[in-house]
Write a protein that binds this ligand. Structure first.
Ligand code: PLP
Length: 366
């Protein structure tokens, strides 16, 4: 059967390998597999969330509250915005998809950094839009601006702050100076999947959504419960924008797009900010161990404002080989070979997991 032409050039997104796969293929016990490939919170989530979700489980015969009022109210309070500034998605991925489909089309282009979150390109290509990437791998606003001025058909710009899979992050004042140059008809998607981490490490990189959308009504801020809050498996994310934009995106949403257990989990997670604070502190303490380790072994890393670190190797090593050997020993990391890099992305684990990573890495690297 022939399908829509736009699908011909589309790749199927390859997610981080699951623990189950390593158990099946290498016969390693599930409890000995360490997954440092999908930037999940290695500390799990707040115990209050687990308790609340268990209690809620008996209600799974009921559809969730489709207005998602309670969650929107909690997010509105946290971010000092109104409920009509918020849209909830099954992961912020779903909100990215809504935003791109609401604005991009086959007669327009979508602009992004040279190496950034792979889904941006996939959602954009679904609409038939042309993809434009800066020559620089990391976010380079000067390059973005000159491309924006050279191509009159750009409908959507992506800024991933901080950037996955490289970990770098722009300063907010530079982002604002860039936004000052962008036409109000161009949608700018600010992906804050790791903003909790960036704001913790360096306040100059913190984006305040209420301020952002007040100054720039053509922007949408995206947040997720999958990273800092440790709820990747619950699939919950959100977008914050002006009500006119939220209304457009809501037209693309299927009813009941997240589960009632997810709603409960997200609401309770927001009530335990101490859990997030502690996760941030441990994350950056442990990241220092990775930096020390890289220096000791003599390879490069990119300074990271997230919960992962990208390790870069010289031509005498091969990242794909390293990732494969680590997996055979039960450690899953992300090889960035597909991005044209000789690098791996490693999620910062618990102290115990990281010690194990260092031990096993040495055996495959030396
Ligand atoms: C993890 C991630 C997301 C969203 O993940 P969801 O689980 O769909 O909320 C969005 N953007 C980036 C850059 C990410 O790394």
């Amino acid at each position: 059967m022939q399908f829509n032409e736009v699908l011909d050039n589309l790749k199927i997104y390859e997610a981080g390998k699951p623990i189950e796969l390593v158990v099946r293929e290498y016969g390693i016990d599930a409890k000995d597999v360490i997954k440092l490939a999908s930037n999940e919170n290695p500390r799990g989530c707040s115990p209050k969330v687990v308790e609340a979700v268990c209690k809620e489980a008996s209600k799974m015969n009921l559809y969730p509250d489709d207005s998602m009022y309670e969650l929107k109210e909690a997010l509105a309070k946290k971010y000092l915005v109104k409920e009509d500034n918020i849209i909830i998605g099954a992961g912020s991925d779903q909100v990215i998809s809504f935003a791109v489909h609401a604005k991009a089309n086959a007669n327009s282009s979508v602009l992004m950094a040279g190496i950034t979150f792979a889904m941006y390109e996939i959602y954009a290509a679904q609409t038939g839009a042309k993809i434009l990437k800066t020559p620089s791998a990391r976010h380079n606003l000067a390059e973005m601006l000159s491309m924006y001025k050279a191509h009159k058909d750009i409908s959507v710009i992506f800024l991933c702050l901080p950037n996955n899979p490289l970990g770098e992050c722009l300063d907010t004042k530079d982002v604002y100076a860039f936004l000052d140059q962008i036409d109000k008809e161009t949608l700018v998607i600010i992906d804050g999947a790791y903003q909790e981490y960036a704001g913790f490490k360096d306040p100059a990189k913190k984006i305040v959504p209420s301020d952002l959308i007040a100054k720039y009504p053509n922007t949408i801020y995206l947040g997720t419960f999958s990273k800092a809050y440790g709820l990747g498996g619950m699939r919950c994310g959100y977008g914050i924008a002006q009500p006119q934009m939220i209304k457009a995106l809501l037209k693309l949403r299927a009813p009941f797009n997240i589960t009632n257990l997810t709603l409960k989990a997200a609401i309770v997670a927001l009530s335990d900010e101490a859990f997030v604070e502690n996760s941030m502190r441990e994350n950056f303490e442990q990241m220092k161990e990775y930096e020390k380790f890289a220096k000791a072994l003599g390879f490069d890393f990119i300074e990271s404002f997230t919960n992962f670190i990208t390790l870069e190797f010289d031509a005498t090593k091969n990242s794909s080989h390293i990732a494969q050997k680590l997996m055979e020993k039960g450690i899953i990391v992300r090889n960035l070979g597909a991005y044209g890099m000789n690098a791996i992305r490693v999620t910062i684990g618990t102290p115990e997991q990281n010690v194990r990573f260092f031990e096993l890495f040495k055996t495959v690297y030396m």
